[in-house]
Design a protein around this ligand. Structure first.
Ligand code: ARG
Length: 442
């Protein structure tokens, strides 16, 4: 029979609907490992404060270590009828360590405990995510290097703009993900692991006893302000915001790849292992993985919004509303970690169809700005050059002639500096890319 951590003052059993409605164990069981780590630190503090005898401390420590190792081994079974993971671990410990376990919750409130666990979970998952991020960034950089010579049409407004290097296109995504890494690292740096806030007002243990250095991945200390500490979910919002931004970057990458895999673009071939088929149309090879990455962005934004709105207008300090921060947080980490891993693998086996990118580069409009820049070098003001080349393009479209095939007299009529030799030199993907000197070439 499970006993509640707070049953004393109640004369009636909790309504089963209320039990069910308030329960969080079905999702906060993810915090089990961090709850044990926190309790291990907490019993050290209790011992230092003289609130546990060495014998009691030893019993609790071995009980908690036993639970921790069962979690790590995967043999830990959760009883979902408990209110939350904190009360479940408390009850397990009562079985394992006997009476000493009744002292575990001395000078502690779940308001502080859940915060500690969520912070530790966050630190761990940020570090896992950063590792996966670095694999993806490395992969993008190596694919970019392997395709360093490939030039493709660059788009603005999804219209042909100017030739660009595939190297730089992939580098753009690597740069976005590097910013994401910074955002997540900042969120990690902002997390202060504290203990000693109690429910709101602090505890009777001297603050000096709360300095514990043995806990992964950083030291614990007493809070500067216990009211703010138990009220604070800024760290959750910062993480969700960083993850939502990553989701946005991944969805843009996914959209580019979806477009590039169409018959119309035909710039890439995605490995069969990363595509799915149609139950009706035998010919189909669909980029469902990329579509789901694009689609998940809605969930990532929703997770951020739900916590932002949940926190809005909450009076200080802890309110039960805050229990609802966990599912969005867990969900966003799960989504992003999976997506980063899958995109890394997808890029290990992607094939670029250089010949189709080259075909796209035959569109002479891509070089219009280069021809205007040439006139500028010859002393024409840019605005005039823009108008002249605009007319040349209009003429090309009207007559359906290639600029390269126009006669000297035709070209001359637009500007005396234009002739067949000049336009032939300018309308060249490599020359176009090399003429852009504002970016230091790697
Ligand atoms: N399960 C709660 C949460 O996740 C922690 C429990 C605090 N409950 C309380 N009545 N003070 O936020």
């Amino acid at each position: 029979m499970k006993s509640k951590m707070w049953g004393g003052r109640f004369s009636k059993k909790t309504n089963p609907l209320v039990e069910e409605f308030t329960r969080s164990i079905q999702f906060d069981k993810k915090l089990a490992e961090y709850d044990c780590i926190g309790s291990l630190a907490h019993i050290d503090i209790l011992k230092k404060a003289g609130l546990l005898t060495p014998g009691e401390h030893k019993k609790l420590q071995s009980g908690l270590k036993g639970i921790l190792s069962s979690i790590k081994k995967g043999s830990f079974k959760v009883n979902d009828s408990f209110e939350d993971i904190h009360s479940y671990i408390q009850s397990l410990l009562e079985k394992k360590s006997g009476k000493a376990a009744l002292k575990l919750h001395t000078c502690r409130s779940r308001n502080d405990q859940v915060l500690f666990d969520t912070k530790l979970y966050s630190l761990k998952n940020i570090s896992v995510s950063l590792n996966i991020f670095s694999g993806l960034i490395e992969k993008l950089n190596s694919v970019a290097k392997a395709n360093a010579a490939v030039i493709m049409p660059g788009y603005t407004h999804l219209q042909h703009a100017m030739p660009v290097r595939l190297y730089d296109y992939l580098g753009a995504y690597a740069q976005m993900f590097s910013r994401d890494v910074k955002r997540l690292s900042n969120a990690s740096d902002n997390i202060k692991l504290t203990m000693g806030s109690g429910a709101i007002a602090g505890t009777c243990i001297d603050y000096s006893k709360y300095s514990v250095t043995s806990v992964y991945p950083c030291a614990i200390c007493a809070p500067a302000n216990s009211i703010d500490t138990v009220s604070d979910r800024d760290f959750v919002i910062e993480i969700l915001s960083a993850l939502a931004t990553t989701g946005m970057h991944l969805s843009r990458l996914a959209e580019d790849m979806i477009l590039w895999a169409t018959k119309e673009f035909d710039f890439i071939d995605i490995d069969d292992a990363f595509c799915t088929g149609s139950s009706l149309m035998p010919q189909k090879k669909n980029p469902d993985v990329l579509e789901l990455i694009r689609g998940n962005t809605g969930k990532l934004y929703g997770n951020l919004m739900s916590v932002m709105v949940m926190m809005k207008g909450l009076p200080l300090s802890y309110n039960r509303d805050m229990q609802l921060d966990k599912e969005p947080l867990f969900d966003s980490f799960d989504i992003i970690q999976k997506e980063l891993m899958i995109v890394t693998e997808l890029f290990s086996n992607i094939k670029f169809k250089n010949e189709n990118m080259e075909k796209g580069l035959q569109n002479e409009s891509l070089y219009a700005t280069d021809i205007a820049d040439y006139l500028v070098q010859k002393g024409t003001a840019f605005k005039d050059a823009h108008a002249i080349i605009g007319k040349l393009i209009a003429y090309k479209l009207k007559t359906n002639k290639e600029i390269k095939n126009m006669f000297n007299a035709e070209l001359n009529s637009f500007h005396p500096a234009l002739n067949k030799k000049v336009v032939k030199e300018i309308i060249d993907p490599k020359a176009s890319v090399m003429s852009k000197r504002s970016i230091k070439r790697k």
